[in-house]
Write a protein that binds this ligand. Structure first.
Ligand SMILES: *Cc1c(COP(=O)(O)O)cnc(C)c1O
Length: 365
């Protein structure tokens, strides 16, 4: 049972809708990798992955621990670990996770381990840097990688991939097309010299939207599954998956001159009514939403957050709202509300979603 009544409901119908939306943009045999890193973008990676297991071809997580959690929940789908570190390699193997190998340090460490055990044709993924300058080999590393791969039967390249730097930004279209062309050249080298053909993938959500011609064999969809495209038009085609709800713990009648919350940040000008809600900055609600910058919905009306956001609570002005203790409170249940919060917090929905903390109960509905 939920003893912290604040709950994030994850809408499974919306997840399917969003998945199908991207599927219809793709060729029928293009594989889909669902990105479930960071607890499924602030929801629940395990519940989301369990639900999507028979609907997608691959999952990706950022770190080994996230993949281990999925395996412990008995998810059998291949899982790409996007950002492994040398000390995680043994547990990656133990849990049948598939590492992204992005430089010679980790590539050689994995090959050495694969030799010692020994593994047979263990799937690895090789990432190339084509302009993001974050993780990945340089194209000049290709001959050395191919030589190593041809000399071993312990590992096998399941895919060659890269990541776009500005796929959402059409003003950067030339840069992106250059990345895609560089990637195609890299892929060609592998196809020519490796002796087998690993899968190829470069697109994230906004890549699918803007550059579907570069879908290759698989696409990696993250934020889109959770309801956000790269512009208003795309987002309006998607459904919101994250619904954050709570209840009113207490109502206070406030007299003029009384203050509310820490540092007495709100002073009442007239008689009014406040509601205290059990969600605070420790649950992932930014302090920037305080002092009327943010709002919640109570009985379909906007109730501004007054005073400072506390660690565990907020107080909202419900002077004009007919409500009582125990009533439902919507923190957000549309993409628009999430975007409002992101705007006020001077960030993007990615951060607003992933900020939802582990204290909040997550429920797939
Ligand atoms: C997070 C991530 C994705 C997903 O990106 P979205 O914009 O959320 O679709 C894809 N690929 C890599 C390498 C990532 O790190």
């Amino acid at each position: 049972m939920n003893n912290h009544v604040t709950v994030l409901e994850i809408d499974s119908n919306a997840l399917v809708h969003n998945l199908n939306y991207f599927k219809q943009k793709l060729k029928p045999n293009t594989k889909i990798l669902a990105v479930v890193k960071a607890f499924g973008y602030g929801s629940d990676g395990i519940q989301v992955a369990k639900f999507l297991e028979d609907k997608v071809d691959y999952f990706a997580v950022a770190y080994a621990n996230e993949g281990i959690a999925l395996r412990k929940a008995e998810i059998k789908t291949p899982i790409l670990v996007l950002h492994p570190q040398v000390p995680n390699l043994q547990s990656i193997i133990d849990f049948r996770l598939e590492p992204n190998l992005y430089n010679f340090k980790i590539f050689n460490a994995f090959l050495k381990l694969a030799d010692e055990i020994p593994l047979m044709n263990y799937p690895i993924h090789i990432k190339f840097n084509t302009g993001l300058n974050r993780l990945g080999f340089w194209h000049t590393d290709i001959p050395k990688i191919i030589t190593s791969l041809k000399e071993t039967t312990h590992v096998k390249a399941a895919s060659i991939f890269s990541h776009l730097a500005a796929s959402e930004d059409l003003e950067e279209q030339d840069f992106t097309i250059n990345q895609i062309n560089n990637f195609a050249y890299i892929a060609q080298q592998f196809y020519k010299h490796l002796g087998y053909e690993p899968m190829l993938h470069i697109l994230n959500t906004s890549g699918v939207v803007n550059f579907p011609q570069a879908q290759f064999d698989m696409v990696r969809v993250g934020i889109g599954l959770y309801g956000f495209g790269n512009d208003e038009k795309e987002t309006s085609q998607l459904k919101n998956t994250h619904n954050l709800k709570s209840i009113i713990s207490q109502i206070h009648l406030i007299e003029p001159g009384e203050t509310v919350g820490y540092n007495r940040a709100f002073t009442a000008k007239r008689r009014g009514k406040t509601a205290t809600i059990p969600i605070g900055h420790a649950d992932g609600l930014s302090r920037r939403l305080g002092n009327k910058n943010g709002y919640v919905l109570i009985n379909n009306k906007k109730a501004p957050i007054i005073g400072n956001v506390c660690m565990d609570m907020i107080m909202v002005n419900v002077s004009k709202i007919d409500c009582k203790e125990g009533d439902e409170v919507i923190i957000f249940n549309t993409q628009e509300m999430i975007e409002d919060i992101a705007d006020v917090s001077e960030t993007i929905p990615y951060e607003t979603l992933t900020a939802i903390s582990q204290r909040v109960k997550k429920m797939l509905t």
